[in-house]
Write a protein that binds this ligand. Structure first.
Ligand SMILES: NC(=O)c1ccc[n+]([C@@H]2O[C@H](COP(=O)([O-])OP(=O)(O)OC[C@H]3O[C@@H](n4cnc5c(N)ncnc54)[C@H](O)[C@@H]3O)[C@@H](O)[C@H]2O)c1
Length: 406
């Protein structure tokens, strides 16, 4: 049996991935420092879905599937020796690395959150790479990066999968061809750490011949996978708060309580999306298709489709009959952008993604409406602002309401 260590395996993407891989016959060990649950407490927020503690989750999985999942509470940014010891004990063929602070708004909340995000994410990624190199084992590292490393100033050019061929003109007019990482353009401290991760991967692939796959993932939507819906103790988290709740979850929650959908700015921001069911499939595909030893880092764009935020709002409004409200944008970003992205590599591996138009209703009924009694209204507004010109609190409420086209 092949063993896989899932770092960050108690989180939104990590938990369903651990279950999926376990069901597919991998020996799975979760490593997590449970920092995400701690941050929920710090923010006074909570998952809309009632997520069980990690030991109960694992016990429920054993009861239902008969399969064991290991768990080690290790902070991979701080406890390097424990990580190395675990790799020597478990002898995994792959590590899936989800273990980072992943909310852009949280990373822009204040100085301590900026510093925590950098310290945690950079040290976590570097420790994992250094531990794999030190172990002397041939472990494939699969990292969850983000589409946000490319930035969102797109002008219609299709974003390739990680690399770009460029021509550079030398002093004497001679032309040199180079392949470079696609220029990164992070829009938050969180995205900046993901951009920096890329350089660490490039170095360790070259210097230590580590096999590394970096998945540039779009915004993940949806809550359940076939495994998490087997029992309520296995349910996945659904974040809707101003920091961790992604745009679609906030819209679904607002719709469930009859609140106008708060669109930041003009809603002209275009973003990439993928369903959690496809996230877990993509990770399995990535594990099964590692780069050869000594090969450059494989970068795959892990997304299914792109949408403009105001179109998303209209879609949710048309399903639920709520209004759409345009509010000040707390972020420093282009008001409108195009986004064209290649996802050829996963399509070549056979991915047939779930599209929003097919799965959104299920999400509204099975999650947002079902657990509406657990909704905490005070946590949904965005409080983090991107520049010091926007002081906290300036993010106004609704300043213009449009009745949806529906
Ligand atoms: N959720 C999305 O829409 C999305 C989109 C693109 C990329 N990603 C990436 O996927 C990964 C997982 O995202 P998620 O939504 O599941 O986030 P999450 O916050 O739900 O899960 C991350 C998990 O990692 C753990 N963790 C953080 N730092 C750690 C450390 N130092 N040591 C051990 N464990 C640590 C947390 O406790 C948490 O359980 C992140 O790296 C994120 O950047 C997520």
């Amino acid at each position: 049996m092949e063993n896989v260590v899932v770092i960050g395996g108690d989180g939104f993407c990590g938990w369903p991935t651990a279950l999926h891989l376990s069901r597919r016959g991998y020996g799975v060990n979760i490593v997590d420092n449970l920092s995400r649950r701690r941050i929920d407490e710090e923010l006074g927020a909570t998952s809309l879905t009632p997520i069980a503690p990690i030991d109960q989750r694992i016990a429920a999985w054993k009861e239902i599937s008969g399969r064991e999942i290991g768990f080690d509470k290790i902070d991979v940014a701080l406890e390097f020796d424990a990580l190395v010891a675990l790799l020597n004990e478990v002898k995994p063929t792959a590590i899936v690395h989800f273990g980072e602070q992943r909310a852009a708004p949280y990373s822009m909340r204040g100085l301590s959150e900026k510093r925590y995000t950098v310290d945690n994410n950079i040290a976590a990624t570097h420790n994992i790479l250094a531990a794999v190199a030190a172990s002397g084992r041939d472990i494939h590292v699969v990292h969850l990066g983000t589409m946000g490393v490319y930035g969102y100033d797109g002008d219609g050019l299709e974003i390739p999968e990680g690399y770009q061929q460029v021509k550079v003109t030398g002093d004497d007019g001679a032309e040199f061809e180079r392949e470079i990482l696609y220029p990164t353009n992070p829009g938050s401290v969180y995205h900046m750490t993901k951009s920096m991760d890329q350089l660490m991967f490039q170095f360790y692939a070259k210097n230590d011949q580590l096999r590394i796959t970096d998945l540039h993932q779009g915004i993940v939507w949806g809550t359940q996978t076939p495994e998490t819906r087997l029992d309520e103790r296995l349910i996945n988290r659904f974040d809707y708060d101003g920091d961790y709740g992604t745009v679609l979850n906030r819209f679904l929650m607002q719709a469930a309580v009859g609140h106008p959908l708060s669109v930041h700015g003009t809603g002209g921001q275009t973003r990439a999306f993928i369903h959690i069911r496809d996230t877990v499939r993509c990770i399995e595909l990535a594990i099964a298709n590692p780069p050869a030893k000594g090969e450059r880092v494989v970068i795959r764009n892990q997304m299914a489709e792109t949408h403009r935020v105001r179109d998303l709002a209209k879609l949710v409004a048309s399903m639920t009959g709520v209004q759409v409200a345009f509010v000040d944008n707390p972020r420093k970003e282009a008001a409108e952008n195009d986004l064209r992205v290649s996802n050829q590599s996963f399509r070549d591996l056979g991915l047939k993604p779930t599209l929003l138009a097919e799965g959104l209703l299920e999400e509204t009924v099975d999650i947002a409406e079902k657990y509406v009694d657990r909704y905490r209204p005070s946590t949904i507004a965005a409080c983090s602002v991107w520049t010091t010109m926007n002081k906290p609190g300036i993010v106004k409420g609704v300043d213009r309401i449009e009745v949806s086209a529906a």
